[in-house]
Design a binder for this molecule. Structure first.
Ligand code: DP6
Length: 348
């Protein structure tokens, strides 16, 4: 018998004002609001199958789903547990969420669920995959309990409130994943996740891969440790002020201002890392050189940012993508560059 199968894709996103530091308690509620650009090809493809069985079981299996691109992530036992924990959370909460949208759903009582996923970006690229993978898992669970109905698929595409409700659920699995359900620009504040209008030209993200090692401090640990920095006090107010300014810059299409805000915010976040107790840093040998080079270009159209990692995300208008890719490759031939463009969020 052919198993019931759901296939989804969720992109990664890159924050310009960062989510760093959580409110006390569970649920990944952020200490400050953030804004990000949703990507398109740097994404997780996730497949969920249900095969009839007299008992209920669910498991994550390595392996690239049919139709997926890239590599299956090498999840640690703790990573698998966190992923399956979110699967359980989704199954218990989705019926009520979908009911609010008058979408019929049912959680099967028996059967064997197998989840497989693949990230289109190389595992060694050091790009955070939790945003795309938890986004994909949440959407697949919703499709699963709505038994893949056309109605669910149609509403997911057309109803921003449904996407926001699923984003909010995804946030409980991994905070930044809530910004991967819409795009290109998404603002996340507390339990609210919203796409915002933009007058900016369509953007590309050139990701300069400076180091391909596994991170020593995972982002969940980073969120906890930044609270020990002397600069933690005032962080939320600084980020909120930048968020307000960034919204205006995006709305008016002011790339220069957005670039200045993004620069100030990632440096603020990395200063927290470097002054935490004990301190830590994600900078690799090439990171500062690339940032200095970008600054020396003094170009209105180029924005650089770092996540909790050493790779530099260089955002430029799509019309200048080839130009900047060439310049960066000539200047830094030793570092591979992944090229992606802005996107509109997860798809089922
Ligand atoms: C540095 O979303 O990975 O990328 O909620 O613990 O899963 P958890 O953290 P995560 O944090 C990512 C933070 C960041 C900045 C950002 O994306 O805003």
């Amino acid at each position: 018998m052919t198993p019931f199968r759901i296939l989804v894709r969720a992109p990664s996103n890159i924050a310009l004002v960062k989510y760093m530091g959580k409110l006390p308690g569970n649920g990944n509620l952020p200490a400050n609001g953030s804004v990000s650009l949703t990507l398109s090809q740097l994404a997780t493809t996730l497949e969920m199958t249900l095969t009839p069985s007299p008992t209920w079981s669910r498991r994550w299996m390595p392996g690239v789903p049919k139709g997926g691109k890239g590599d299956s992530p090498a999840l640690s036992p703790a990573g698998v547990e966190r992923f399956l924990g979110h699967f359980d959370r989704c199954l218990s909460r989705l019926p009520e969420i979908l009911e609010n949208f008058k979408i019929p759903s049912a959680v099967p009582k028996c059967g064997e669920v197998v989840i497989r996923s693949a990230n289109s970006f190389p595992a060694a690229a050091g790009i955070a995959s939790s945003a795309s993978s938890f986004g994909a898992l949440t959407l697949a669970c919703a499709g699963f309990v709505a038994y893949g109905s056309n109605e669910f698929q149609r509403r997911f595409k057309s109803d921003p409130l449904l996407r926001a409700a699923l984003a909010n659920l995804s946030r409980e699995g991994s905070g930044s994943s809530c910004r991967s359900f819409d795009g290109p620009f998404v603002v996340w504040e507390g339990e609210s996740v919203k796409r915002i209008s933009s007058a900016l030209p369509p953007l590309s993200d050139l990701v300069v891969i400076t180091a391909a090692e596994e991170k020593k401090v995972g982002s969940s640990e980073a969120h906890a440790r930044v609270r020990t920095s002397p600069h933690w006090e005032g962080r939320a107010a600084r980020a909120e002020a930048r968020l307000a300014a960034a919204r205006g810059a995006i709305l008016r299409g002011d790339l220069r201002l957005l670039s200045d805000i993004a620069d100030a915010d990632f440096r603020d976040m990395h200063l927290l890392f470097e002054t935490s107790v004990p301190p830590f840093s994600y900078y690799a040998a090439g990171t500062t050189r690339i940032l200095d080079f970008i600054e020396s270009q003094d170009s209105v159209s180029i924005t650089a940012t770092l996540d909790a990692g050493p790779n530099v995300h260089v955002l430029v208008p799509q019309s200048e993508e080839a130009h900047w890719k060439r310049i960066l490759s000539l200047e830094f031939p030793e570092y591979p560059i992944l090229v992606d463009r802005e996107g509109t969020g997860a798809e089922i």
